[in-house]
Design a protein around this ligand. Structure first.
Ligand SMILES: Cc1ncc(COP(=O)(O)O)c(C=O)c1O
Length: 512
């Protein structure tokens, strides 16, 4: 395995990129008169890949449109978008308290009629109070805020982190951002200074990382997760990837950890986290801890990298003092599921203040993250407390979403257990299952004949037959000679799961 520029060395067919669905033209023979022809597009943009919104998703959307237009020729009556963690697209209801406050922020004149809000629309006093407090802070959600995010909102986030971890957090170390994606982009932009800069990325991974490294023309240094150990981190695999990359001259600066995992759903133990921090301390690697699924944990408890780092700094004075950690969270996932609002934050620990200044300058070029998204971050980290008027409803909605997610994860897991040639780790967290599929040789031959990777062939056939859109494992990276697909367990009901089971049995029969 060697490092490659902005992609992985998994040796898989990558035709599920957006490029593969664009009309194919030979770059050298493009006769278009426009100044910006395909060959003029930044090559780093051209080579970036992002499978979760790739060919399958585009085809699924075409099917959805055909169904809404009354097309009766398809063998299914609905499309299930199990390709992307987009909770509210799949009927997850927004939390009432959040939306009540947001509505007041967007239209403050409503605050002039508090009684009407209460009697006619069920707003509680704490929703009204919170909107007033947030408006005092941001003045208007239509105004730019501080580039790092509104100070009082950062103070709320710091309080949340302190309560979560039991260690202090400083609002000055927090940067609010337009979703975790924007935070990751900021961090990688700032830390990759040449095509030789390398970042260790888990495989399988959420393709934001490989895509952003591609855009930056930097090196993705893949390290494989251990499927048979519930997709935990394999410390030897990290060390050997790192050594190999260093031997090839790559300047490896950082390690990304996604916990709980996407696409794997794994939730890391305190020991796994310590191992990563050990390597970071020994090899001087900046840790990027992507913790956007921190509330989607079904078994055990979520342990943040920040908490584990502070514990270790306390237990073993000296060794971990210089670890640099950036950890990210978002309003997109969990029971909040407000991904369309684009809110998130990252916390920096142990960074050089001169570097932080550069990060500040970088984010200020984009002026500020969406202010309504910042307000949602505040609501996420500071929800109604027991005894406050909105708490009961908040708690009921939150627990209902949580239980529903867990039940659907288990239903899907049970269905996979019934499917021949499918193996899946028990769901631990996040919003996804990532089963291994073992396909018959004839199916693999048919895939090659169709010029498709076998997992992609399988997923396309699944979509064509059932309307269920999942993502082939090759979109996330997978060990050579293994095949997977990723599905979310967000879609309501279980009928769609039975569609997968039926398709799978027929597919296996066809190619046996
Ligand atoms: C691991 C991981 N990180 C980051 C993101 C992006 O989150 P956001 O919507 O906050 O940009 C996602 C989205 O699916 C994700 O799965």
């Amino acid at each position: 395995m060697s490092t490659v520029t902005g992609t992985t060395t998994t040796g898989t067919n990558t035709s599920s990129s957006i490029l593969s669905i664009a009309p194919k033209r030979d770059l050298s023979t493009s006769t278009d008169v426009r100044r910006l022809a395909l060959q003029h597009v930044n090559p780093n943009v051209r080579k970036a890949k992002y499978a979760v919104r790739g060919e399958l998703a585009v085809k699924a959307e075409e099917y959805r449109v055909r169904l809404t237009e009354g097309d009766k020729s398809l063998p299914f009556d609905s499309v299930i978008f199990a390709n992307i963690g987009n909770p509210q697209q799949l009927d997850q209801k927004p939390i009432t308290f959040f939306r009540q406050v947001l509505s007041l922020l967007e239209n403050p004149t409503l605050l002039e009629q508090p009684e009407v809000l209460k009697t006619a629309f069920g707003y509680q006093q704490d929703a009204v109070d919170r909107a007033q407090t947030l408006l005092q802070e941001v003045q208007s959600v239509g105004a730019y805020s501080h580039s790092q995010g509104a100070p009082a909102i950062r103070a709320s986030v710091a309080k949340f982190i302190e309560e979560r971890d039991g260690f202090p957090a400083n609002p000055q170390d927090l940067f609010l951002c337009a979703g975790a994606s924007s935070g990751v982009s900021t961090l990688l932009n700032v830390m990759c200074d040449s095509p030789n800069s390398g970042v260790l990325v888990p495989i399988p991974q959420y393709p934001l990382y490989t895509a952003t490294l591609s855009l930056l023309d930097a090196q993705c240094v893949p390290y494989y997760l251990e499927e048979h150990k519930a997709w935990g981190t394999d410390i030897d695999a990290i060390r050997s990837s790192l050594q190999m990359a260093k031997a090839e001259g790559t300047d490896v600066r950082s390690i990304v950890v996604i916990n709980p995992g996407n696409p794997t759903g794994a939730s890391l133990s305190a020991d796994d986290i310590k191992s990563v921090l050990d390597i970071a301390a020994e090899e001087r690697l900046i840790v990027i801890a992507d913790e956007v699924y921190q509330t989607n944990v079904f078994s055990g408890e979520f342990i943040s990298f920040k908490k584990r780092l502070r514990q270790l700094q306390h237990e073993v004075p000296g060794k971990y003092d210089h670890v640099e950690l950036a950890s990210l969270h978002s309003v997109s996932k969990g029971m909040v599921g407000e991904c369309g609002h684009r809110g998130g934050y990252f916390e920096l620990v142990g960074f050089d203040p001169l570097v932080v200044e550069q990060i500040y300058k970088f984010v200020s070029i984009m002026l500020c993250p969406p202010v309504i998204g910042q307000c949602l971050v505040e609501l996420m980290v500071n929800p109604p407390k027991p005894g406050q008027p909105s708490h009961d409803l908040y708690n009921k909605e939150y627990s209902g979403i949580r239980t529903g997610l867990h039940q659907r994860a288990l239903a899907l897991y049970e269905a996979f257990k019934r499917m021949d040639g499918v193996e899946c780790q028990e769901p631990q967290g996040s919003m996804y299952l990532f089963p291994t599929i073992t396909l018959p040789a004839k199916a693999i031959e048919a895939a090659h004949a169709a010029n498709r990777a076998p997992d992609e062939f399988y997923c396309l056939r699944l979509l064509d037959a059932t309307g269920v859109c999942v993502v082939p494992g090759s979109g996330f990276g997978q060990k050579a000679n293994t095949l997977h697909f990723r599905t979310t367990f967000l879609a309501p009901g279980t009928a769609w799961v039975e569609r997968i089971v039926k398709f799978h049995a027929e597919f296996m029969e066809e190619y046996k």
